[in-house]
Design a binder for this molecule. Structure first.
Ligand SMILES: NC(=O)C1=CN([C@@H]2O[C@H](COP(=O)(O)OP(=O)(O)OC[C@H]3O[C@@H](n4cnc5c(N)ncnc54)[C@H](O)[C@@H]3O)[C@@H](O)[C@H]2O)[C@@H](O)CC1
Ligand SMILES: [K+]
Length: 491
C-alpha cells in the first residue's frame, strides 16, 4: 500500500521522521540511495551519468553514485548549482575523499552514450520556474539519445499540481521516494514520469494520508454458505428512459454479478419489456407510463420501504421527474447511491445530501462541478483542494470522483485508484461501476468499503488481454466472476 501525498505532506513526513523520531536525514538519504542504486543495478547498466543539483535530490544522486561505483558500475557524476545543502556537501566530500571525480563541464560529457541518465537535479524541493543554466541542461537531457531515470520527481514537474514549471525532464522511469506524489499522477505528471515506481525509504507515516487502492485495502463482503438471498441485500435500481435502456441494463447486470441478494429495477413502462428480455434475474417495478413523469416520485415513495439499498440515475435523462425522484430517494432513510443523471438532479439541491443514511455519489468531473459549484477547470487542475472543500461540507457522503485517477473520499478517509486504462474510456463504464458498488453496498451496508472495493474490482475487470479500443462494457461485466474469485482466494 502506498501513500499519495502533496509536496508539503511528503516534506512534513520527512521532517517529522527526522525531528520527532530522530532518524537522521543522512540515514534517510542513504536509504533512498541504496534503494535507487539497487533498482538501477538490476538493469545491468554499462555506463551511467548521474546529474546532480544543489539540494538533497542532488545529495541522493551523489550517494547513489558512490554505491554504484562500489558495485563496479561505471558512473560519471555531473554536478551543477550554488548554495549546496549541508547533506549534499557531505556527499560531495565523501566522493572527493574516495577520489571519484565530480564533473562540472557539460560539454565534456554531452556526446557520450549512457545506459541511463539519472536525473537528480530537483526533487520535492522545486519551488520556482526553471531558468538557465538549468533550463538548457534539462533541454539537453531531453534531447540526449540516452533514456532517463528520474529520482523522486522528473526535475521541473511540480510535485503537487503536476504542472511543468517552465521545462521538465521527460523520464522513462521515475523512482518516487517514500510515497507517490500527486504531481506524478495528475495533469502532465503521467506523461513525464514514464513507468512510476515507489520505493520505501524508512520514512514514518503516523498520520492518515490518501492511500493508493490496491488489494490490501479492499473488502469483499463475506458470503456464508448458510446464508439466504435476504442476507445479501435487496436492491432497487431506479433508472432508464425510452431513449436510454442500456445504462440501467449494464448497471443491473454488474450489480447482480457483484453478489446482491435480490435486484428490482424501477423502470418506465416503455422499456420494461426490453429489460425483461435482457435480464431474467432482475425483478421489475414498472411505472405504468411510457416515461417517468411528475407522479413517478409518489410511485417510488409507495414502494421504497421494501428495499435495503437504492441506486438512482442511470439513463433517466435530465428531466424534472429525475429531480423529483432523486429528492424522494434522498429524503428516505435508505442507503442511496446517486449516479449519472441523478447527479445532474442535485445541481440546484446539493443540500439533499445532508442526510442520516449512508450516501454514495459517483460523479465524473463535470457532474462533480454540478454538485460542488466549482468550475470543471478548477476541479481538473486542483483535485485535492476541490475534494477537501467537498468533504468538509459533506463529511458523511462517500464521494467517488471518477477520472483516469479516481478518488474515493469520505471525510478524511481518502483513497486513490491510479490504474489508467483507455478500455474504460467508454459509455457504459460508469454504469457498470454504479452496479458493482450498489451490489457491494447492498451486501455490506458500508459505503466507504463498497466504494473502495468497487472501483478496484471495476479497474481489475478492465485489464483484458485485448486492444483497449475493442473492449465492450459487456466484456468488463463478464470479468466480474473471475476477479471476484481471484480476490476471494487472496483475501
Ligand atoms: N530528509 C529528507 O527530506 C530527504 C530528502 N530526500 C531527497 O531530497 C529531495 C528534496 O530535497 P530538497 O528539499 O533539498 O530539494 P531539491 O533537492 O528538490 O531542490 C532544492 C534546491 O533547489 C533549489 N531550487 C528549487 N527550485 C529551483 C529552480 N526552479 N531553479 C533553481 N533552483 C531551484 C532550492 O533553492 C534548493 O537549493 C527529495 O526530492 C529527495 O530526493 C531523500 O534524500 C530522502 C530524505
Ligand atoms: K529529480
Amino acid at each position: 500500500m502506498s501513500a499519495i501525498c502533496s509536496a508539503q505532506q511528503a516534506r512534513d513526513f520527512d521532517q517529522r521522521t527526522i525531528k520527532h523520531y530522530h532518524i537522521p536525514a543522512l540515514v534517510l538519504m542513504e536509504h533512498a540511495a541504496i534503494e535507487c542504486a539497487r533498482f538501477i543495478a538490476k538493469k545491468h547498466p554499462n555506463h551511467l551519468l548521474i546529474v546532480c543539483g544543489s539540494g538533497n535530490n542532488g545529495g541522493d544522486g551523489l550517494a547513489m553514485a558512490r554505491l554504484l561505483i562500489q558495485a563496479h558500475i561505471p558512473v560519471d557524476v555531473f554536478l551543477i548549482g550554488t548554495h549546496f545543502s549541508d547533506d549534499n556537501q557531505y556527499q560531495q566530500a565523501i566522493l572527493k575523499q574516495m577520489g571519484i571525480p565530480i564533473l562540472t563541464d557539460w560539454a565534456t560529457i554531452k556526446d557520450h552514450s549512457y545506459t541511463y541518465i539519472i536525473d537528480c537535479l530537483f526533487g520535492n524541493g522545486l519551488s520556482r520556474e526553471i531558468k538557465d543554466p538549468y533550463y538548457s541542461l534539462i533541454n539537453e537531457i531531453n534531447h540526449h539519445a540516452s533514456p532517463t531515470i528520474a529520482i523522486d520527481m522528473p526535475s521541473g514537474l511540480d510535485a503537487t499540481t503536476g504542472e511543468i514549471l517552465g521545462i521538465a525532464i521527460h523520464a522513462d522511469i521515475t523512482l518516487s521516494l517514500d510515497c507517490i506524489k500527486w504531481g506524478q499522477i495528475t495533469n502532465q505528471g503521467p506523461a513525464l514520469c514514464g513507468q512510476l515506481h515507489c520505493l520505501e525509504i524508512g520514512i514514518i507515516h503516523d498520520t492518515p494520508t490518501m492511500e493508493r487502492i490496491d488489494e490490501t485495502n479492499i473488502h469483499l463482503p463475506k458470503r456464508s454458505n448458510l446464508a439466504h438471498k435476504g442476507s445479501f441485500g435487496k436492491a432497487l435500481m431506479i433508472g432508464g428512459s425510452k431513449a436510454m435502456h442500456g445504462a440501467i441494463t449494464m448497471a443491473a447486470k454488474a450489480c447482480y454479478k457483484s453478489g446482491i441478494g435480490t435486484l428490482t429495477l424501477m423502470l418506465p413502462a416503455s422499456i420494461a419489456d426490453i429489460l425483461a428480455y435482457k435480464m431474467d434475474s432482475a425483478m421489475r417495478l414498472i411505472y405504468p407510463q411510457p416515461n417517468f413523469d411528475k407522479k413517478s416520485s409518489t410511485y417510488l415513495q409507495a414502494h421504497i420501504n421494501a428495499f435495503d439499498v437504492l441506486s438512482i440515475g442511470n439513463g433517466m435523462g435530465q428531466v424534472p421527474s429525475t429531480i423529483d425522484m432523486v429528492h424522494t430517494a434522498l429524503a428516505s432513510s435508505k442507503p442511496v447511491l446517486v449516479d449519472a443523471d441523478g447527479l445532474w438532479a442535485l445541481k440546484d439541491h446539493p443540500e439533499w445530501l445532508h442526510r442520516q443514511a449512508p450516501t454514495i455519489i459517483t460523479p465524473h468531473v463535470k457532474e462533480f462541478s454540478y454538485i460542488s459549484s466549482l468550475p470543471v477547470s478548477t476541479i481538473a487542475k486542483h483535485p485535492l483542494a476541490s475534494i477537501q472543500t467537498f468533504v468538509e461540507a459533506y463529511p458523511d457522503v462517500t464521494l467517488v470522483l471518477k477520472s483516469n485517477v479516481t478518488i474515493v473520499a469520505q471525510g478524511q478517509s481518502q483513497y486513490v485508484l491510479y490504474a489508467p486504462n483507455s478500455a474504460l474510456s467508454k459509455g457504459g463504464s460508469g454504469d457498470i461501476l454504479c452496479g458493482i458498488i450498489t451490489g457491494l453496498f447492498g451486501q455490506s451496508q458500508n459505503a466507504l468499503e463498497a466504494a473502495v472495493t468497487g472501483v478496484y474490482i471495476h479497474s481489475q475487470c478492465a485489464k483484458l488481454d485485448v486492444d483497449p479500443a475493442c473492449v465492450q462494457p459487456e466484456d468488463v461485466i463478464d470479468q466480474l466472476p473471475i476477479v471476484f474469485r481471484q480476490l476471494r482466494k487472496k483475501g
